[in-house]
Design a protein around this ligand. Structure first.
Ligand SMILES: C[S@@+](CC[C@H](N)C(=O)[O-])C[C@H]1O[C@@H](n2cnc3c(N)ncnc32)[C@H](O)[C@@H]1O
Length: 255
């Protein structure tokens, strides 16, 4: 009787506490289960769709990708760059891929060196254009001494970084290896919607690649902050591969 009373009393007093405790425990486990799941989902997502993954994709598909982009050069922009740099000057093709533009720059009388982070694309470039030097390297830490180039051709290459900080660091590196009065050409995808970055599968790759998009004002700020003076700037530049949904921001600037 006493026990029953105590039991009833305990039940009455502790029912709420127990149910709160239980709810908290169940809640914590559920939250932690969900957190763990979403953590790993986010991690997988980042791993699948990051800068590194994009470079890995170039490595695994170098031959095919080089063939796909082989005919999409911009002769008028190459001409303008070559004329602004002037003469038989040393230029860096930053993000040279399979060497298409290095070859065209050489045909315009310049002395190009190509640099890229994809070893397989570099292999394609070296096989196709053995007379041109191609180097392995990252824009964030270029394998060149200070002030050795008269021009930098960064065409459709400064656009896979995940953060604006990386873009800033790359532009600082470009500035470091460029001689005083040297010329830089930057050609990046224009931000048309709200998203600053996205993962895009397009006709050039047929695979997800990570892209950062830019506005004209942003490019002005980035270049000026990195110590360049703008010579020519255009947005809404048509896509060399004729994709209607893609527009480009083009900048020519001087150190
Ligand atoms: C979209 S493709 C463009 C290739 C070529 N410039 C063109 O216009 O067709 C981008 C190229 O830049 C290279 N790239 C991107 N980020 C780089 C980095 N941080 N350092 C070196 N190469 C990079 C990629 O490996 C790839 O070859």
């Amino acid at each position: 009787m006493r026990m029953e009373k105590k039991h009833n009393k305990l039940t009455a007093l502790e029912r709420e506490k127990i149910s709160i405790w239980l709810a908290q425990e169940i809640g914590k486990r559920e939250i932690s289960r969900r957190l763990n799941r979403s953590d790993s989902t986010i991690r997988d997502e980042i791993k699948r769709n990051s800068f590194d993954d994009t470079i890995r994709w170039y490595d695994a598909n170098a031959k095919q990708y080089s063939e796909n982009i082989g005919s999409f050069s911009n002769p008028e922009l190459l001409d303008e760059f070559a004329k602004t740099v002037g003469g038989d000057k040393k230029v860096l093709d930053a993000g040279c891929a399979g060497g298409r533009d290095s070859h065209l720059l050489k045909n315009l009388g310049l002395q190009p060196i190509g640099v890229d982070l994809s070893k397989s694309l570099l292999k394609v470039a070296r096989e196709k254009y053995p007379a041109i030097e191609f180097r392995y390297g990252n824009f964030l830490n270029l394998p060149f001494e200070d002030e050795i180039f008269d021009g930098i051709w960064a065409h459709a290459s400064l656009l896979h970084f995940e953060t604006t900080d990386d873009i800033k660091r790359a532009l600082e590196e470009f500035n470091r290896v460029l001689k005083q009065d040297g010329v830089i050409h930057v050609f990046v995808k224009q931000q048309l919607g709200k998203e600053k970055t996205s993962v895009v599968s397009d006709k050039l790759s047929g695979h997800d690649r990570f892209f950062q998009w830019f506005t004209k004002d942003e490019i002005i700020n980035l270049l000026e902050e990195a110590g360049f003076t703008i010579i020519n700037l255009q947005d809404n530049y048509p896509d060399p591969a004729d994709r209607k949904e893609v527009r480009w921001v083009l900048a020519l600037a001087r150190k």
